[in-house]
Design a protein around this ligand. Structure first.
Ligand code: NAP
Length: 293
């Protein structure tokens, strides 16, 4: 079957151009540049890369950005104090604390300390709760980006069987709610699978749209996928590689070469969901900044 690649890199570049235009308009009207801050704790290589991409994306669209680096052994109280400062800094429109945090930190406590109106990652329970009941809220960047991709490719979700692999608070759970809500690009019949699910392959092979967010490289094989399905691969696991300069490469949760020929649409890794996550963060920051002088 001829499949179509869902090109997240291309779509995100178009969306960034749109954001840059809005920023220009703001500046022409004498309004401030949107300002996103990121807190990075420790030296995790993957986190470092993600944060650098976010900072670079800010520059591309004309946002201000601030990166706050804290050492690995920073205490919970010190992180809470950094969060508090950002909450109270009127120049900062939105900020993120890059996850995962070092093991001695209670992540949930940090997330809950972020002012919901500045929580552009959409991880705060207030934002998650508002999203659940359909109120305006910051929607978690990755689920938001996936819905944008489906929209851009006119992939209808209404009445479709969607299977989401993974139930994390930042991807699987919010995504499953978004797609099942009574709204545009919702109205799907959603099944969530996780590590206790029995006979996963049987469930996935009924999916019109299959979304893999497990962090298990190449977990989804061709025999788990229905002919003509749409497959969205959220997984990004760093694996060692002697073919790249950095010594590692990113692997998705889908065995792409085997699965793609069965699909109508499929996202690659990299270049699929990843760039959309970043652009969604920019969109949320723009929303946070809107209405401010
Ligand atoms: P997570 O918090 O580790 O959650 C993984 C989920 O997968 C859990 O619900 C877990 O089940 C389930 N799972 C793990 N192994 C399984 C198995 N063998 N069978 C069935 N279910 C299994 O991960 P996450 O934060 O959601 O991230 C998932 C992946 O997406 C990672 O590779 C991450 O790097 C990537 N990611 C990418 C982006 C992007 O922008 N591209 C953004 C965020 C995350 P239990 O709940 O039962 O443990």
């Amino acid at each position: 079957m001829a499949y179509q690649i869902i090109d997240g890199k291309k779509v995100s570049a178009e969306l960034k151009d749109e954001i840059a235009e809005i920023v220009n308009d703001r500046i022409e009207k004498g309004q401030k540049k949107p300002h996103l801050a990121a807190v990075l704790v420790g030296n995790d290589g993957a986190s470092e890369t993600y944060v650098n991409h976010k900072v670079k994306a800010c520059a591309q669209v004309g946002f201000e950005s601030t990166l706050i680096r804290l050492p690995e052994d920073t205490s919970e109280n010190e992180i809470l104090s950094a969060v508090n400062q950002l909450n109270n800094d009127s120049d900062i429109d939105g900020f993120i604390v890059q996850l995962p945090l070092p093991k001695h930190i209670n992540e949930q406590k940090i997330i809950e300390a972020i002012a919901p109106e500045k929580d552009v990652d959409g991880f705060h329970p207030i934002n998650l709760g508002k999203m659940v009941v359909g109120l305006p809220a910051f929607i978690s960047a990755t689920p938001f980006g996936i819905v944008e991709l489906l929209k851009k490719y006119n992939i209808e979700t209404q009445g479709k069987n969607v299977v989401v692999l993974g139930r994390s608070n930042i991807v699987g759970t919010p995504l499953s709610i978004l797609l099942s809500r009574k709204s545009d690009f919702g109205n799907a019949t959603v099944t969530i699978c996780h590590s206790r699910t029995q006979n996963i392959g049987e469930i996935t092979s009924k999916a019109d749209i299959l979304i893999a967010a497990l962090g298990r490289p190449e977990f989804v094989t061709a025999n788990m996928v229905k002919e003509g399905a749409v497959v969205i691969d959220v997984g990004t696991t760093r694996v060692k590689s002697d073919k790249t300069k950095s010594g590692w490469k990113l692997k998705g949760d889908v065995l792409f070469d085997e699965v793609a020929p069965k699909c109508s649409y499929i996202t690659p890794v990299p270049g699929g969901v990843g760039p959309m996550t970043i652009v969604s963060l920019l969109k949320n920051t723009l929303i946070a900044a809107s209405g401010k002088k």
